[in-house]
Design a protein around this ligand. Structure first.
Ligand code: SAM
Length: 676
């Protein structure tokens, strides 16, 4: 999928007699007299909600919508669900190509005082206009809202398990009811396309229903072709007719052999090595590792009703890579839309919501690194929403920083800052479904019933469960099943520097060559060194000097604030970060190395070989590691992904991003380079 720009066009709205009207489509979002009543009739009643919730209590009920608009349908459905709550979670997945600005959304929601409680939560978490997937948790986590910012057809297709034509029905999440909104086909023919109906077909199953305000032939034919029995019923208000229907027959969830081509070296699709067919949701899981990755994964699973045993070898949580006193939400943005940049942005935007209870949002400044392109900052601000990042200089910069800086301009992120990772981890695991076990896992084994055992050094079983998630950074390499992953250890030392009169004025986090956080309890965190393949965690005086030099290189004025300090008063901490060759994390199912090598051997001869075989993974074994120094932003999104894969739910990111962080990517890369 192409995202030419991270920034996204917001809806061009004008207000007519207190109602939002779209300039693009010259149409109203809803009618004043009957907005909620229309939603109830067209979308809730015709999809038989809440009757279906009451008849058949399932853990998660998933609604898909085209056109989120003002969120009226979402809020109406969610508040009804909260009244009749029969399962664990309502998951509302809605695509929007032109999101309303927050100010327009706020104004629209004022029209519906009865929806104010949930509406305020929505406003509070409303994402920046950034292309891609945004997941929000409302009503204490019992309502999930996944906003897909992009074209409906493209975004719903990106939720599928693969883009291989032979596997189009395999490994996909299932939508239970479709709300086909979006402006009428006559005004918005670009949305109601064959691709949209195909995506709807691929994400539906027998029993999936749909309804839409329109009775247009193009929609009826599209839904018939998608496998739905359709009916015309009386429309709402002065609309004569509308459509609704149901998929009555289960679609064939088998490999489509009609697409089987003879062996060819010019396949248009790469083999679906990343495709996962998850069996039923487990009752229990083991998570190995009590840092941010493990704690966030344990929490994501517990919130889905899974009993979790979290195994940590240290007495306390967050003792290794997550152990610094001030963990920075460090943005690394690019004006180019590479998968690394898009993943980083999605993770950062998710982390702002995820950490909001713990985030010390003092703001964060990024100063230019010496020798960097002078246009870099302006290109970054042009390609990102202003609410996320702006370019500031002169007096504004000094006022925001709280002290004088030599640099003339900086990128300013008002919502970012620092968190205390240990506090975050403690609060994540305080959930009744999570139990903590202090033990060191030496090896893991799958038994005949396909349950995973965590074993200690004496080969005694510490814990067993159907599912296991490895979130123990470089220690992942000690397990024979995952030893092939190319994880790298990087030693990093931070310096804990006593504040001085000059430094106490610092108000924001400053990032450049290194980073400096405002003082807490009289001390700043100054970081960090970067020693590849060094696993020594002893403190070194020379590394404190190196951190101070790095600060002076970031900005000479900053170099002055600790001038003359006795380094004997500086303490600190050294730990090992775990990173990967492409600096992207590793999250998803664990590949079986030998099977990948056997199944995809043809890639050695030609990287574009046609190999219609899905990836063989260790059933029930997943990974969440390799976050480098970005664990605070990367790990929570990866945790949500892994939990959604374990429960066969709508994933929190698009397929192309899932592929670039998939644990199997290194084997495929090495096969294509004939290096394995
Ligand atoms: N469901 C909305 C509500 O509850 O407020 C009202 C939807 S409004 C009538 C139609 C929405 O569809 C607009 O927000 C518009 O931006 C969006 N839209 C139009 N074309 C789209 C497309 N191709 N993909 C996704 N959304 C689209």
């Amino acid at each position: 999928m192409k995202h030419p720009d991270n920034k996204f066009p917001e809806a061009n709205i004008h207000w007519r007699e207190g109602l939002p009207v779209s300039r693009e489509f010259d149409d109203v979002y809803f009618s004043r007299a009957s907005g909620i009543a229309e939603t109830r009739y067209v979308f809730l009643q015709q999809n038989r909600l809440p009757e279906r919730w009451l008849e058949n209590s399932r853990e998660t009920f998933t609604i898909g919508e085209t056109g989120f608009g003002t969120g009226l349908n979402f809020l109406t459905a969610a508040s009804l669900w909260l009244q009749h709550r029969s399962g664990n979670t309502l998951h509302f997945v809605s695509a929007e190509k032109f999101p309303l600005s927050k100010a327009d959304l706020e104004q629209s929601l004022q029209l519906w005082p009865e929806l104010a409680e949930l509406g305020d939560e929505l406003l509070d978490q409303y994402p920046h206009a950034i292309a891609g997937v945004h997941r929000l948790k409302l009503a204490g986590g019992s309502v999930l809202l996944t906003l897909l910012y992009g074209d409906a057809a493209e975004m719903f297709s990106s939720l599928k398990g693969s883009d291989h034509p032979m596997f189009s029905r395999i490994g996909n999440p299932v939508i239970d009811a479709w709300f086909l909104d979006g402006f009428a086909p006559a005004k918005n023919p670009q949305m109601w396309t064959g691709e949209l109906f195909q995506a709807i077909a691929d994400l539906s199953d027998s029993g999936t229903t749909f309804s839409t305000f329109t009775a247009a032939g193009v929609v009826r034919r599209g839904m018939l072709a998608a496998g739905f029995a359709t009916r015309k019923v009386e429309g709402f208000g002065d609309k004569r007719e509308m459509l609704c229907g149901e998929m009555t027959e289960a679609p064939q969830k088998v490999v489509d052999q009609s697409q089987l081509q003879p062996a060819t070296f010019n396949a248009s699709h790469q083999p679906p090595w990343y495709l996962l067919c998850q069996p039923a949701k487990p009752d229990a899981a083991i998570v190995i590792g009590g840092g941010i990755a493990g704690c966030a994964t344990a929490r994501a699973l517990a919130e889905r009703g899974i009993r979790v045993t979290l195994i940590e070898r240290h007495k306390d949580l967050a003792q290794e890579g997550s152990g610094n006193p001030q963990g920075i939400l460090y943005p690394k943005l690019s004006h180019k839309s590479s998968p690394l940049a898009r993943f980083g942005l999605a993770a950062l935007s998710n982390a702002i919501r995820f950490h909001r209870q713990h985030l010390n949002a003092c703001g964060l400044l990024v100063l230019a690194e010496p020798g960097s392109n002078p246009d870099k900052f302006s290109k970054i601000t042009q390609s990102h929403p202003e609410s996320l990042v702006k370019l500031i200089g002169g007096e504004t910069l000094q006022v925001i920083a709280g002290l004088e800086l030599a640099c003339e301009e900086a990128l300013y992120f008002p919502e970012l800052g620092w968190i205390n990772p240990a506090d975050v981890c403690e609060s994540l695991v305080s959930h009744p479904a999570i139990s903590l076990l202090r033990a060191e896992v030496a090896s893991i084994r799958q038994n005949r019933l396909r349950h995973w055992h965590a074993l200690d050094a004496m080969e005694s079983v510490i814990a067993s469960a159907e599912v296991m998630v490895i979130a123990c950074a470089t220690n992942t390499a000690r397990f024979s099943q995952t030893a092939h992953l190319p994880l790298k250890a990087i030693r990093g030392q931070i310096s804990t520097v006593p504040e001085t009169t000059a430094s106490s004025r610092l108000k924001t986090v400053i990032c450049g060559e290194g980073y400096l956080a405002p003082a807490v309890n009289g001390h700043h965190t100054l970081g960090a060194t970067y020693d590849l393949n060094n696993t020594d965690t002893g403190l070194r005086e020379e590394d404190h000097h190196s951190n101070l030099r790095q600060l002076a290189a970031t900005d000479p004025e900053l170099g002055e604030i600790f001038s003359g300090i006795d380094t004997g008063r500086i303490s600190g901490r050294a730990a090992v970060r775990c990173t990967t060759p492409d600096y992207l994390p590793i999250a998803g199912p664990a590949p079986v190395l030998e099977s990948y090598l056997e199944d995809y051997a043809l890639l050695k001869k030609n990287a574009r070989s046609h190999i219609p075989l899905l990836g063989r993974h260790w059933q029930g074994l997943y990974l969440n590691c390799g976050h480098g120094s970005r664990g605070m932003s990367y790990a929570p999104l990866c945790a949500e992904l892994v939990a959604s894969q374990i429960c066969a739910e709508v994933p929190p990111m698009e397929l192309d991003l899932r592929k670039v962080i998939h644990p199997g990517r290194f084997i495929i890369r090495d096969l294509k380079r004939n290096k394995i």
